[in-house]
Design a protein around this ligand. Structure first.
Ligand code: FE2
Length: 144
């Protein structure tokens, strides 16, 4: 159970970092496809942001306290910060790679959750994997 809580907090901090990066890209994107990419990054950050409160409360229901500071997030997150202003194509590539990474991180949580019989939590995590699959599809299609 401790292992599940720890993995869930890593996934949560990674998800929050992913959200912040998508929002940063929404703010800073430039170029010929500004409007489309501003909107795509906007759709993605909003979807992820809308999920984090439920995610946190699901982890609280596992009887674990929630990290909620930049210091703790940077200790836990497996999604690297982006401090540079990237060109628009690099933004899409990086967010696609991070979305794929999120699916792998979430799959580890899903397997631990199933192994401990927390099927309700597994269901929530499966939903996050589906959401990231959709984000990955849209980002991948943008690159073609
Ligand atoms: Fe906005």
């Amino acid at each position: 159970m401790d292992e599940l809580q720890k993995a869930a907090k890593i996934a949560f901090a990674s998800e929050f970092s992913f959200y912040l990066k998508a929002h940063q890209f929404h703010w800073n994107v430039e170029g010929m496809f500004f409007k489309q990419l501003h909107d795509l990054f906007g759709d993605i950050y909003k979807e992820v942001f809308d999920s984090v409160d439920i995610f946190a409360e699901q982890i609280r229901a596992l009887d674990s306290y929630m990290p909620g500071s930049y210091t703790r997030f940077s200790m836990l997150s497996q999604i690297d910060d982006e401090t540079q202003i990237l060109d628009s194509k690099q933004m899409v590539i990086e967010l696609l790679n991070d979305s794929e990474k999120m699916i792998k991180i979430l799959k580890m949580v899903f397997d631990l959750s199933e192994a401990t019989g927390k099927h309700g939590f597994s269901d929530f995590i499966a939903g996050r994997m589906d959401a990231h699959s959709k984000h990955s599809w849209m980002l991948r299609a943008t690159l073609k």
